[in-house]
Write a protein that binds this ligand. Sequence first.
Ligand code: ADQ
Length: 462
Amino acid sequence: MSRLIVISNRVSAPKAQSAAGAQGGLAVALSAALREHRGIWFGWSGKETEEFTGHLDMQRNEGVTTATIDLEQQDIDEYYNGYANRTLWPLFHYRIDLTEYERHFGSGYERVNERFAQSVMPLVEPDDLVWVHDYHLLPLGAMLREKGVKNRIGLFLHIPWPPTRLFVSLPFHERLVTSMLQYDLIGFQTQEWLESFLHYVEKELGGKTHPDGTVEYKGRTVQAKAFPIGIDFDEFTEGARSKMAQDACDRLVKSARDRKIIIGVDRLDYSKGLAERFDSYERFLSDNPEMAGGVILLQIAPPSRELVASYQNIRENLETKTGHINGAHADVDWVPIRYVNRGYPRAELAGYYRAADIGLVTPLRDGMNLVAKEYVAAQDPEDPGVLILSRFAGSASQMPDALMINPHSAEEVSEAISRALAMPRTERKKRYEALMKSVREEDVVKWREDFVAELFQKQRAN
Ligand code: ADQ
């Protein structure tokens, strides 16, 4: 079995995972793969240093070796808060209105990718499989090739790939994608993002693409393919059966006092459609005055990327909206929105999902969206809640039995809430069972096994 080197912006060591308790299944799944492959996880430590030295901090925790580097303040500003989160993230989520194009962000991004390449090089042995993650590191494969790395290198993009017409608004877009064509395998979450990528390669670069996702470009052959990510089903359902989950469920149900519960769980990010969700909920309250005092929206939204202005704006906007909706509709014994800005251990979160009659997942654009899958996995099979899901989430293509909505239409979301609240148990169970089948079968273990197996089949470069 080849050794695996996983490279991502941040590294999540197993110890840190259990301490924080709020880590996603992705970290758990990658750790499991690294253990099996005796691999190494390389990335930024999250720490700042006066002057970049490339010093590798190697640690071994619970069978996983991690190697991290520290970055300079300027690196963090330009690469992480700059190009990754002010340029690529909004652009890839179709928000060119929020996309900032600063030349020094681009040069910082290249510099840090170069630093990653330089630092990880000594760790790479000839037969290792190298697996790079996400939009922070798109040109890394090409930089490794320039340094003579002939290993099989794959990239998985966790976020959408935008339509060509939007993507070309990025200065130097050709350079970015040409560098990506140095990977052997490029994975996307869904067929839709894969097709957008192939369209770009064909129309803008003049590459030749085939229906199976093979790309031919200047004598190189690259495989592009969809690998929909899932949750760590076993770990999540085990947590959902724990005492912590049961206690959380009881606590929420008790505090709701027979009211219907709608739950939303999202990082505080404009791509998640939170403002639109709150507006839709208000629409529901206005359209259904008889529901006053009968329903609660619990929105759990831990802050993220707080150094980026658009994230500060969304936080302020949601605080204002919550105040406004609660002010307009609340009564002495009822507050329509409970808005909570913190993270919870996964088992506790599972309990909250289970207590909720509706899971409201309304991103405007999302690579996949694991919350939709977690909500389903946490339900009581005998009395499951209803998932309302945005058609613009990657997960929509795998979850056709959710109530599918357009998150921009408050009317549509409001109607879906009414429909979900009135849905007979037989229909809820039928939908739940169909959804559960895909959540169980297409889990994170399958995702990584499929990706690694596909990468393993590729030939080493000559
Ligand atoms: P995210 O944009 O972070 O991920 P998502 O897939 O929904 O989005 O995953 C969020 C994770 O964070 C979930 O596991 C959720 O349980 C957890 N989480 C959120 N709020 C929490 C809280 N308050 N407490 C504890 N945990 C919380 C990116 C892409 C997605 C893609 C994933 C994986 O944007 O589209 O699905 O990567 O590839």
